[in-house]
Design a protein around this ligand. Structure first.
Ligand SMILES: Cc1cc2nc3c(=O)[nH]c(=O)nc-3n(C[C@H](O)[C@H](O)[C@H](O)COP(=O)(O)OP(=O)(O)OC[C@H]3O[C@@H](n4cnc5c(N)ncnc54)[C@H](O)[C@@H]3O)c2cc1C
Length: 416
């Protein structure tokens, strides 16, 4: 592993920044690997890292169509939390949050985790009741949660519209103190560097275009840079999961839709916590650069068009101005979208597919950034042992046959 001294910045500056040690190699695609992971987002890279670290499987390629972290991992609004309703989800997402809490040290890469809380506002008596139930459920699942009064919210989230005349009056809110944000690129780059250090080949600009079978039963993964043989294949391609599944000859109960977000010009720090209003359909945090990061709901129709549009932007901005009136004259800088994979019960699919020795990680929809450590850790276990990990037994594809859904639609409140 490369260690950087405090003097390396100055030393490399003197050398015109020409000889920096590369954070990861750009190796050629070999003809054969033990495991090929399709998709170089957070989940694919974390799967490769934990395969190497926990299972000593290092003959691994991560094959990425674009640049690593250039999919949803680099497009999301970076919220991390584990405020889910059902025990299965609470266990899985809290395991993930606990991994985030040690990730910078584990990867020797600062993922800039900031646990300043995630506040979900309640705008009606009905929602107060439901939020209190959610808090009880979280406590029973061993996850931190607290109810905040209006006065406590004013202190935690200055600038929130607490007027009694407001369109969305605030009755209180549910806070997860350990919730917060982490830097998305940092997570992708940290896992990439650590996986590369352990011998994993990361192949960028190389789309997978099909799957075939070798005479000995191995998979042949057809890519833009040639065909590669692999004993095991994992699909970690988020919004394109059903496209890859179709190439492999099976179907997934997944719908691909665009999710959009936008940021403002940088402002002086005014808020630490993430604030979410399910009724206004928006959530807000402030980045380390000072930009106000704003997200809303899904587009209303399936699509692979990875771009923003005016009507979603209008909805987000209208909601933000209701909740934070003082932001009404702030300029917007950027708007973008990512293609996310939506499953009926808003829970992920992790594990086996109908194709032997092919595994999938998908269905995280609007909320899989927070799940990257747990998704990678558990999928690596399944690839290595051919058994579901105990944290993901309930999240297999078979639940669409048995009907044992884990409906987390209500817990999320809104995409994040
Ligand atoms: C606007 C927005 C806001 C979000 N906000 C949050 C949030 O606040 N908190 C949260 O937890 N989650 C959030 N999410 C969801 C989160 O970003 C995703 O669930 C998560 O990043 C998925 O990670 P991944 O590694 O599975 O997918 P990705 O990061 O999308 O990686 C998949 C990769 O597969 C590659 N690929 C696709 N097809 C092929 C092919 N044929 N061959 C090779 N490679 C291929 C893609 O190029 C891509 O890089 C948000 C998403 C969006 C779009």
């Amino acid at each position: 592993m490369q260690h950087y001294s405090v003097f390396s910045l100055a030393r490399n500056a003197m050398k015109h920044h020409e000889d920096w040690h590369k954070a990861w190699r750009s190796p050629p695609l070999k003809e054969e690997y033990e495991v090929v992971i399709v998709g170089g987002g957070g989940h694919g890279l974390a799967t490769a890292y934990y395969l190497a670290k926990e299972h000593n499987i290092t003959d691994v390629a991560v094959i990425e169509a674009g640049w690593l972290g250039g999919g949803n991992t680099g497009r999301n609004t970076i919220t991390v939390r584990s405020n889910y309703l059902y025990p299965e989800s609470a266990e899985f997402y809290d395991f993930s949050l606990k991994q985030y809490e040690i990730l910078s040290r584990e990867l020797n890469f600062n993922v800039m985790l900031r646990q300043a809380g995630l506040l979900r506002l309640s705008h009606s008596h009905h929602d107060v009741e439901m939020s209190r139930r959610a808090i009880n459920a979280m406590h029973m699942n061993g996850v931190d949660a607290e109810w905040l009064t209006r006065e406590e919210i004013i202190e935690l989230a200055p600038g929130v519209n607490v007027s009694e005349e407001a369109r969305f009056p605030i009755f209180g809110g549910m806070n997860q103190p350990r919730g917060g944000v982490a830097r998305h690129d940092g997570v992708a780059w940290g896992y990439a560097r650590a996986a590369d250090d352990r011998g994993v080949d990361i192949i960028q600009q190389c789309a997978v275009t099909g799957f075939e079978k070798a005479a000995d039963g191995s998979h042949l993964v057809v890519t833009q840079k040639g065909t590669v043989k692999a004993k095991k294949v994992a699909l970690c391609v988020a919004g394109h999961s059903s496209v890859l599944a179709e190439m492999a000859g099976f179907r997934l109960p997944v719908t691909s839709m665009a999710l959009q977000a936008c940021v403002s010009e940088p402002l002086k720090p005014f808020i630490d916590t993430v604030v979410l209003s399910p009724d206004a359909g928006v959530y807000v945090s402030q980045s380390d650069k000072g930009e106000v990061v704003m997200g809303g709901g899904l587009d209303l129709y399936p699509s692979y068009a990875q771009r923003g549009n005016v009507h979603t932007l209008e909805n987000i901005v209208a909601g933000i101005v209701e909740i934070f009136p003082k932001l009404r004259r702030v300029k917007l800088m950027r708007q973008w979208a990512g293609i996310v994979d939506i499953v009926y019960d808003s829970s992920p699919i992790i594990g086996h597919t109908p194709v032997k020795n092919m595994y999938v990680n998908c269905g995280f929809g609007t909320g899989g950034f927070k799940a990257i450590p747990a998704g990678g850790y558990t999928l690596a276990h399944t690839i290595a042992t051919d058994q579901p990990h105990k944290l993901t037994e309930a999240f297999g594809l078979n639940r669409f046959e048995t009907g044992a859904f884990i409906d987390e639609m209500g817990a999320a409140g809104i995409a994040h």
